[in-house]
Ligand binder design. Structure first.
Ligand code: ADP
Ligand code: MG
Ligand code: MG
Length: 897
């Protein structure tokens, strides 16, 4: 840091673009000042000064003189001196990082008060009570945040003072009571910190600034940053702002407001105001706040001014803003603004409204909403009209609305669910032992743990609704009850949880399907019928933005669908084809016996017979699928499952045979042969074993049968006047040689079917890229592949060496907690590792075969962050499960902007 570096900026010097240097709060205070809004003057100590302090342990050498100069300018401008005995200037010291960060230092108000200036303040304001109230607040905040004294000590003393005065609220404590309270507070400071409360105003200021710097590295702040992926080396700015007073009686007050309702998106100001109060009183819930409408009645001038300023801010920032303000004896002051947070529904509605109001373009509107928000709007919801008793609120860990009987252990969850009950599994925290209970439950509720706790991660992974860390709940698994305050809920009682808000309700709340899903599946007209105005407006906003995303995007969106029914739904949801039809699902259920017959076939005839039986069934499957997807590309993947998955369980079979032998009974010869086959086929790592293309090369005839079924189905569709656009995909290829070998067989069958049917069959044959070796040799593989589809599930599995079936519950909660990754690589594509294989293979494939079509068909195809990556990597389409299609469409549109 050079000596010349400017470390302190007056509010009048900066603007909103300087959040890196001035922090978000400082940059926006500067912006409001620049706009000529009524902001109390002040200055900002830069993040650069903070970084220097954090690295060296001392303030930059010039900081002191720069603060002195800025303070002098402030004093000259206001004609008052900091902490002066006559009419003192007081300031607030406020932290403010680039991004808003709960968990950092609380603001210290009224800096500059001491035993002398408190009298000057009382005289100047002609309000004794106000001055002592301000002083006691300073000692309290300073003691807690700068000196690290437990806040409860001050709170208890305040409660005692209220009791002594015989009053219920702090505003009723008289001046004398507050003066005594200051003495008590100073005593607490001296005994707890071993030092007197500093009387020197400048020392107060310097200590407060330093403690804001220090607060960057508190445990809470560090945890928050890790969770939100905020770099640890940004540092925070410090804002020093002349005090204005909301605690100067009934014509004063403090409030927070939004330019629109952040919950629903409804236009018009929305906020809370508290008269005769300071700072955080309004959010601390110590007294009942009033609405902006109430303020309009009580102080119409301030209200009108606030509304005018909010309109100005919204027009300027071109988005929903939130503000913090204070009224001092009828004069309005703005203390903070920023682009406001909002719910998913509000995000869509506000974006659409701002387009209507000609504030932003449709392109910009698209940047204001996310695929995650759309996904949230698609979950079933509690009927907003229905009453419910809110028990408590935990963390919104996995969205959805779940209702069920409370159970306290996994075994009970399983047995009750088996008996047909809907259950909510309630645990202090969950462990891998709870897995089956979680699967059986409609939802999971825990009293401990955050959004990366075991319960949260696993529930999200399997799409279970989950509220975690509801700390007010005391779960007593021994007594089989849970308690929230005085309320006791016994096992079997019904509770409702909202995984999108974290709310927990007593009793059953009615669940309704999301109107957004009705819209997506059945169109706008059907969806808005009977909806209230807010819901209808939301559906229209979604429609508008989604249609714009479709017009904007380059990536096509296909569906992963195995049945004609899924395919039809996917089409309604906007799928432009099927990117992955898994054929192994077609061998389950009653058809298992056919596979058994195939495996057990001892003669060539028996083998051929078993295959023929399968062929008929498969052809019908494909015929239905191609009918549903007429005119759209349909990628069918050849069998990709270890054969043993279709055979009986090895242990069960072995026991059956052993019992029969031991009891001298007759062993079923079929069982014996099956056991032999199952034992021969047993693998320790079936995921890395005999499956997919390997199966084709080891068990001849299987792939040929499937290809024949596909080709015959396509020929039949053509004969019926349809337009089948089927593509065949070979899974788990590692070497081009494998592909050459199976293609020999595949191409032969297609040619034969075409000739026999007398039609031209254009069926591209491609491969999945789902093994590192395939990615690394993609240039060679492209010689034999007419398209690539990245199977990012297996590619993640094999690149990391994680077994997807085992690892998530066990290892991931701990990895997330320890920061190895911030999101499961199975959920969101690991760009650095797996992503670089994707990029590499895409480029190599297209070098060999220019224009090679590229797609992705793993779960990542529907993950918002991953969709952006695939767009950037130049892929042609993503394929995902039907309900993720709208999410992918929206994100693909956003990625193309
Ligand atoms: P946070 O980041 O937690 O919102 P702030 O720095 O905004 O903290 O301060 C919290 C509250 O303290 C503000 O909303 C405002 O009510 C009050 N406050 C801060 N500075 C001043 C000031 N100069 N005059 C009056 N009140 C202030
Ligand atoms: Mg705060
Ligand atoms: Mg604030």
């Amino acid at each position: 840091l050079s000596r010349a570096a400017q470390l302190v900026f007056d509010f009048a010097e900066g603007d909103r673009t300087q959040a890196d240097l001035l922090g978000g709060k400082g940059a926006n205070l500067a912006e409001m000042t620049r706009l000529g809004l009524p902001v109390p003057p002040g200055f900002t100590v830069t993040t650069e000064a903070c970084r220097h302090y954090l690295a060296r342990g001392t303030e930059p050498p010039t900081l002191r003189e720069q603060v002195t100069a800025a303070l002098r300018r402030l004093e000259d401008r206001l004609g008052r001196r900091l902490g002066d005995a006559e009419e003192p200037l007081l300031v607030s010291v406020r932290s403010g990082a680039k991004v808003s960060m709960p968990g950092m230092m609380d603001t210290i108000l009224n800096v500059g008060l001491n035993d002398h200036s408190v009298k000057g303040l009382a005289a100047a304001a002609q309000d004794e009570r106000f001055a002592w109230d301000s002083y006691r607040r300073l000692v309290q905040m300073f003691g807690r945040t700068v000196l690290g004294i437990r806040g409860g000590l001050f709170d208890d003393a305040l409660t005692a003072a209220k009791a002594r005065a015989g009053v219920a609220t702090d505003v009723e404590v008289p001046a004398t009571g507050l003066r005594d309270l200051v003495e008590t507070f100073k005593h607490i400071v001296a005994t707890e910190s071993g030092r007197e409360f500093p009387q020197d105003p400048r020392e107060q200021l310097d200590l407060a600034i330093r403690s804001v710097f220090d607060s960057w590295n508190t445990e809470r702040a560090r945890i928050y940053r890790r969770r939100e992926r905020i770099p640890h080396d940004l540092g925070t700015a410090v804002n020093v702002c002349a005090m204005v007073f909301g605690n100067l009686g009934e014509t004063s007050g403090t409030g927070v407001a939004f330019t629109r309702d952040p919950a629903t998106g409804r236009p018009g100001g929305y906020g809370d105001y508290l008269a005769n109060a300071q700072g955080e009183d309004v959010v601390a819930g110590i007294r009942n706040t009033m609405s902006l409408q109430d303020l309009a009645r009580q102080d119409p001038a301030s209200h009108a001014e606030l509304m005018r300023i909010m309109r100005r801010l919204e027009a300027h920032y071109r988005d929903l803003c939130d503000v913090e303000f204070t009224v001092e004896r009828g004069k309005l002051w703005m203390l903070q603004t920023r682009i406001g947070k909002r719910t998913a529904a509000a995000a869509f509605r506000i974006a659409a409204h701002l387009v209507d109001e000609h504030v932003i373009t449709l392109d910009e509107a698209l940047t204001r909403v996310t695929g995650d928000q759309l996904a949230q709007l698609m979950f079933p919801q509690f009927d907003p009209g229905a009453a419910g008793t809110l028990l408590t609120r935990g963390m919104a860990a996995s969205p959805g609305a779940a209702v069920g009987e409370v159970v306290f252990d996994s075994a009970t969850a399983i047995s009750r669910a088996a008996a047909g009950a809907r259950v909510l599994l309630c645990r202090r925290e969950t462990s891998p032992d709870d897995l089956e209970g979680m699967i059986a439950a409609a939802g999971v509720l825990t009293s401990r743990g955050g959004k990366t706790s075991h319960a949260a991660v696993v529930a999200r992974g399997m799409g279970r609704t989950c509220v975690c860390g509801a700390e007010e709940i005391d779960i007593d698994a021994e007594q089989r009850v849970l308690r929230v305050g005085d309320v006791v809920i016994a096992e079997g009682d019904v509770v409702s949880i909202d995984g999108s808000t974290g709310e927990v309700f007593a009793g059953e709340r009615p669940v309704v399907p999301s109107p957004v899903v009705t819209y997506l599946e059945h169109g706008l007209d059907t969806a808005v019928e009977g909806l209230d105005a807010d819901a209808a407006d939301l559906v229209r906003a979604v429609d508008r933005l989604l249609r714009h995303a479709d017009e904007t995007r380059r990536l096509a969106v296909r569906a992963n669908a195995d049945t004609a029914e899924d395919a039809a739904r996917a089409r309604r949801l906007g799928a432009q084809g099927i990117g992955l039809c898994r054929t192994e699902h077609m061998f389950l259920g009653e058809r298992r016996v056919l596979i058994e017959r195939l495996v057990l076939a001892e003669s060539a005839d028996a083998h051929a017979e078993a295959l023929a039986a399968l062929l008929t069934l498969q052809r019908d499957d494909f015929l239905e699928l191609l009918t549903a997807m007429d005119g759209l590309p349909t990628t069918i993947r050849l069998l990709d499952a270890p054969l043993h998955e279709f055979l009986p369980d090895r242990t069960e079979l072995a026991v059956r045979v052993a019992v029969a032998e031991a009891t001298g009974g007759t062993v079923d010869p079929q069982d014996e042969r099956l056991l032999g086959a199952v034992q021969r086929r047993h693998e320790s790592n079936p995921m890395l074993g005999l499956r997919a293309v390997r199966l084709a090369l080891v068990v001849p005839g299987l792939f040929a049968m499937q290809v024949r079924a596909i080709a015959e189905a396509a020929a039949a569709r053509i004969a019926a006047g349809g337009r089948p656009r089927v593509e065949i995909m070979v899974p788990l290829v590692a070497s081009v040689m494998e592909l050459h070998l199976v293609r020999g067989e595949i191409d032969g069958v297609i040619a034969e079917v075409a000739e026999r049917a007398g039609v031209a069959l254009d069926i591209p044959v491609g491969t999945m890229i789902e093994l590192p070796r395939a990615a690394l040799t993609a240039d060679r593989i492209a010689e034999a592949a007419e398209f690539f589809s990245f199977g990012t599930n297996d590619l993640t599995q094999t690149t990391w060496g994680f077994s997807r079936d085992d690892v998530e519950a066990e290892i991931f909660a701990s990895y997330l907690e320890q920061g190895v990754f911030t999101v499961s690589p199975f959920e969101s594509l690991d760009r650095d590792g797996v992503g670089s294989l994707v990029r590499m293979a895409a480029a190599a494939g297209r070098r060999t075969r220019p224009g090679l079509p590229l797609g992705v068909c793993g779960e990542h195809g529907g993950d918002p962050g991953s969709v952006r990556f695939f767009h950037d990597a130049g892929l042609d389409y993503v394929s995902c499960s039907p309900y993720r299609i709208p999410v992918a469409r929206l994100e693909a549109g956003r990625a193309a902007l």
